[in-house]
Design a protein around this ligand. Structure first.
Ligand code: ADP
Length: 241
């Protein structure tokens, strides 16, 4: 447990700033398992410890997201952390959403991840990154109905991450080569919860074989910095062929 060290709690009422990056999950053939973080855009957040136990969410943008901690993904993630922390603690969270909600680049994951990374820093870094992913997944449950880590993991670990397993949770952080990404956004809002409803539930073995060949090729390409192999492997034959 490398993050458990002697860093002290941040003093009461002292604000800290958090940059929670957008993430691309469902990396082509790596649906639900491979994702990566980008430098820009990010949610700009500020947090502080306060005397009164509980969570206060202050929205700094015009998206009118809920401030009820159980309905805002940042609050839901913090509630999971607080339950495990066990002692009464109070957080104030300011959220400036620079990642448009529902825009497909992990807007909800950014706020969930940012909140628990911030809380961990305020409490003196008592939790591991794996713990933080576990807490933040409760935010994803609020946003989309299921606990998934494909955006949360790269948001917390940075770079490219593989969610090898959700239960039990195993995140593999991949040493990614320098990559630029172009994100095309069609300016339509699709909620993850709705998008998941139209997925087909059965796959053909021949398609599965192609898909896992591509996933293995993609991971090998990322680790070997073999850009041609990455390019050839970026093919999805199952989810949206
Ligand atoms: P995204 O791909 O942007 O994460 P989702 O559809 O997964 O989109 O999540 C967006 C949903 O989560 C919306 O219904 C939004 O109201 C809700 N939500 C609650 N709190 C937040 C927050 N802090 N940031 C983003 N979305 C939030």
């Amino acid at each position: 447990n490398t993050t458990r060290n002697k860093i002290m709690m941040v003093p009461m009422n002292q604000w800290i700033k958090i940059k929670a990056p957008a993430t691309v999950a469902n990396m082509v053939c790596g649906f639900d398992i491979l994702g990566f973080a980008v430098n820009d855009p990010y949610d700009a957040m500020e947090m502080r410890l306060v005397e009164t136990p509980g969570i206060t969410i202050i929205n700094m943008d015009d998206y009118n997201l809920p401030t009820d901690p159980e309905k805002n993904v940042a609050g839901a993630a913090l509630l999971a952390l607080m339950e495990e922390y066990g002692k009464p603690v109070g957080f104030e969270v300011k959220i400036n959403k620079l990642i448009k909600p529902g825009s497909g680049v992990g807007s909800s994951a950014a706020s969930s991840a940012g909140a628990v990374v911030g809380a961990n820093h305020l409490l003196g870094n008592i939790y591991t990154k794996d713990d933080l992913v576990r807490f933040a997944m409760n935010g994803e449950k609020v946003a989309s109905g299921v606990k998934h880590a494909d955006n949360i993991a790269p948001c917390i670990f940075g770079g490219v991450t593989l969610v090898r397993s959700i239960f039990p949770l195993e995140i593999v952080s991949l040493p990614s080569p320098p990559l630029h990404v172009t994100i095309v956004h069609p300016q339509i809002e699709v909620r993850t919860a709705d998008a998941r409803k139209i997925l087909k539930q059965n796959v053909q073995l021949k398609d599965a074989i192609k898909q896992w060949g591509n996933i293995a090729g993609l991971v090998a390409g990322i680790m070997k910095a073999d850009y041609d192999l990455i390019g050839r492997s970026l093919e999805d034959v199952i989810i949206e062929p």
